[in-house]
Design a protein around this ligand. Structure first.
Ligand code: ADP
Length: 295
């Protein structure tokens, strides 16, 4: 399967230009859409999920025109939105059964098998009788994946799935997501760089509605070899360094500010060369757009 997004643009009624000529090509596997809050990730996800209209541009899933064939697309789609509300007084098992019925699985024993299989897959079988309102954040997210998987989707969209999960829950969720990718396109929107480095074979960085980078994480990191330098400075010196260097990130460690800069030539001032990572790719791309003091 191939998802081809071409020159997609969207301006909301309030004048916010949320998508600016977004073009991306995605194949089977996990694709990370990485960007800060407000970048346009949800707008793009909702458009692909046929939940809102674009002003211009096109989206094709193989030969299927996504923006014009909403019903067909919805049959191929699994969607886990950012705000995933659950009915608190219903058990996971009953809710999944209900959704399966809505998605057209009419046969009761077929539905029972499907629901049990999904609950096993997302590791909620032993908690299947509990009300959804008693679930932790991580359990709700895994339930969200289970409901998105009903109907054997070919395109799965998960919007900011790890926000708010503790490290153990996030790990469990990573393990689950990493099993999905093989025969489907999974789009994972996130502002967490680790989500992409752990899971995604391809990714794009989006900021202020524009695609700033698209490629695979390894190539992206390799392109920065020999260009990232680091130094520990006093906090009071940061203004000087920002004025003189392209500071892409800062991290406070034991009272010292560790800064990372991106530049082609070796700097003076006692910098040490650093091994680049995906955060450098991310911050290097968005540093020109977003004030790094607020990152
Ligand atoms: P992200 O998912 O990356 O955080 P969004 O797509 O939610 O970004 O938002 C992109 C921009 O569009 C933001 O400036 C946001 O405030 C604005 N926006 C999102 N949805 C709407 C809407 N329904 N009406 C008006 N503005 C919106």
């Amino acid at each position: 399967m191939k998802l081809t997004i071409d020159s997609l643009s969207k301006t909301y009624a309030n004048g916010v230009h949320a998508l600016k000529n977004v073009s991306l090509t995605l194949s089977n596997g996990m694709f990370g859409l990485l960007g800060p809050n407000g970048a346009g990730k949800s707008s793009l996800m909702r458009t692909i999920a046929t939940l809102q209209e674009a002003d211009s541009g096109s989206v094709f899933l193989d030969d299927l025109n996504v923006l014009k064939n909403k019903t067909e697309v919805r049959q191929l789609l699994g969607y886990l939105p950012q705000e995933f509300g659950v009915y608190p007084k219903i058990s996971a098992e009953r809710m999944l059964d209900h959704i399966a019925q809505l998605k057209g699985v009419g046969n009761t024993s077929e539905r029972n098998d499907l629901v049990s299989g999904l609950l096993e897959k997302v590791n909620l079988f032993k908690d299947r009788k509990k009300h959804l309102g008693t679930y932790s954040g991580g359990m709700k997210q895994r339930f969200g994946i289970a409901q998105a998987l009903i109907g054997d989707p070919k395109l799965i969209i998960v919007d900011e799935p790890t926000a708010g999960l503790d490290p153990a829950e996030r790990n469990r969720f990573y393990n689950l997501l990493s099993q999905l990718g093989e025969n489907t396109i999974v789009i994972l929107s996130t502002h967490i760089v680790e989500d992409v480095s752990t899971l995604c074979s391809n990714f794009a960085i989006i900021c202020q509605g524009e695609v700033l980078y698209a490629g695979d994480p390894e190539t992206a990191v390799n392109e920065l070899n020999g260009k990232i330098y680091t130094k520990a400075i006093d906090r009071s010196e940061i203004k000087y360094y920002r004025d003189v260097y392209n500071v892409i990130s800062t991290q406070l460690k034991t009272g010292k500010l560790h800064i990372r800069i991106l530049q082609e030539t070796e700097p003076q001032d006692g910098f040490i060369i650093a091994v680049p990572n995906l955060e450098d790719v991310y911050f290097g791309n968005i540093a020109t757009r977003v004030d790094v003091n607020t990152m």
